[in-house]
Design a protein around this ligand. Structure first.
Ligand code: NAD
Length: 381
């Protein structure tokens, strides 16, 4: 069978789902590899680099979709791309089925199999395919770099002949995958880092990375917003008040705030309010990684960088992984390659769509003309 990756259609998207390295591995699984001409250029992979890895470079998206049996891409397909699917084809991409009902119906009507990389179950065996974590890790790192490029001072403290420089104080709100990456990056750059999460179990992780866990003066402590399954639940009004009170105390002293707080299936909770922005020093920076879902900061403008009247920069970009397209393409392409390994048990270049496999079943949102989302819960951890 042939596996191919087209150029992404989404404006500004620089990632690509197949790299020369991942193609080398896909060939070992028995697949012939195709790529649309120019698909990897924005991520630093030239057509010649693909050719050197034994990939056939095809001239047009139409030819790629026509010839490939498996299409691997990054962003959910455009309706014009779905039209190119047939019952014999398999599409692998981010899909977000809960937010893409029409696209899902259109895709299932084609009879193709659709594997959503955002639906890979978060069980140990599937970590190598966990593209959400790969991208969140990059977003967390990039958020700190973006903060640094908008901040007029060092992160690390220094004693120089020209004077003593205090370290920057960074607060990370939400310590999931992106938050932990941000904590690691800010700490490595020498900042004094503080972090808060509603899930008490992350306190130890935060402290082991050299950051300070922010404890609340609340009788149930951080337990309130914690839920089962490792994800957060909405907080009670009392807990939220205690959280906002603590943030108000911290605001005048913090130089950089990175927010990553999300609750599955809901808008992002507003945790950094207008009055907190107003209490921050001029030159401070907020990077809101929750901007896509409404933002954790009240003043965030999605996809924009704005400066408040008191001189605080608020970054609401939603394309952090694409801003590091070479790194994110490499990791995403590796996640895809691992998915293909599980889909190709005999390494003979033929997909076996085993719907009794928890990972394949969990990620498959359309198969044989039916919508297969949502999946049943996985049977193993
Ligand atoms: P996420 O992106 O859904 O949320 C980010 C963080 O925001 C979470 O840590 C959450 O607790 C926090 N949050 C929510 N509301 C908040 C509030 N009001 N104040 C402060 N923080 C708030 O999280 P994620 O990165 O997808 O990780 C979620 C869970 O999944 C974690 O337990 C993580 O360890 C787990 N996980 C498991 C695997 C695996 O087993 N393969 C892989 C990745 C993540």
């Amino acid at each position: 069978m042939k596996i191919g990756s087209p150029k992404e259609l989404f404006a500004g998207e620089a990632r690509v789902a197949m790299t020369p390295d991942s193609a080398t591995q896909l060939k070992k699984l028995g697949y012939d590899c195709l790529v649309e001409s120019g698909a990897g250029l924005a991520a630093g992979f030239t057509d010649d680099a693909y050719r050197a890895a034994g990939v056939e470079v095809v001239d047009s998206a139409a030819a790629l979709w026509e010839r490939a049996d498996v299409i691997a891409k990054v962003r959910p397909p455009e309706p014009s791309e779905v039209e190119r699917l047939t019952p014999a084809k398999t599409l692998i991409s981010f899909f977000y089925p809960a937010q893409s009902k029409d696209l899902l119906e259109q895709s299932s009507r084609t009879g193709a199999s659709v594997i959503a990389m955002d639906m890979v179950p978060r069980i140990s065996r599937a970590q190598k395919m966990d593209a959400l974590s790969s991208m969140a890790n990059i977003a967390g790192y990039r958020a700190v770099i973006e903060a640094g490029s908008n901040f007029g001072r060092f992160f690390t403290g220094q004693i120089t002949a020209a004077g003593k420089v205090p370290p920057a104080k960074v607060l990370v709100i939400g310590a999931g995958v992106a938050g932990l990456a941000a904590i690691g990056t800010a700490t490595a750059l020498g900042a004094v880092t503080y972090a808060f999460d509603v899930r008490p179990e992350v306190a130890e992780q935060i402290e082991s990375m050299g950051a300070n866990f922010v404890y609340l003066d609340f009788e149930e402590q951080q337990q309130d917003g914690a839920a089962t399954g490792g994800y957060a639940a909405p907080s009670s009004p009392e807990f939220r008040e205690a959280q906002l009170k603590k943030f108000r105390e911290l605001a005048p002293d913090i130089d950089i705030v990175i927010t990553t707080a999300l609750i599955p299936g809901r808008d992002a909770p507003v945790l950094w309010t207008k009055d907190m922005v107003e209490a921050m020093k001029p030159g401070s920076v907020i990077v809101d990684l929750a901007a896509e879902r409404g933002g954790n900061c009240e003043l965030t403008v999605k996809d924009e960088r704005v400066v408040s009247p008191n001189g605080v920069t608020i970054v609401g970009y939603t394309d952090f992984p694409s801003r590091m397209a070479s790194q994110s393409s490499s990791l995403y392409a590796t996640n895809i390659r691992h998915m293909m390994t599980d889909l190709t048990p005999a390494k003979d270049g033929k997909i076996v769509h085993n719907m009794s496999d928890d990972v394949i079943r969990g990620a498959t949102v359309a198969h044989e003309g039916a919508i297969t989302y949502p999946p049943p819960p996985p049977t193993v951890k």
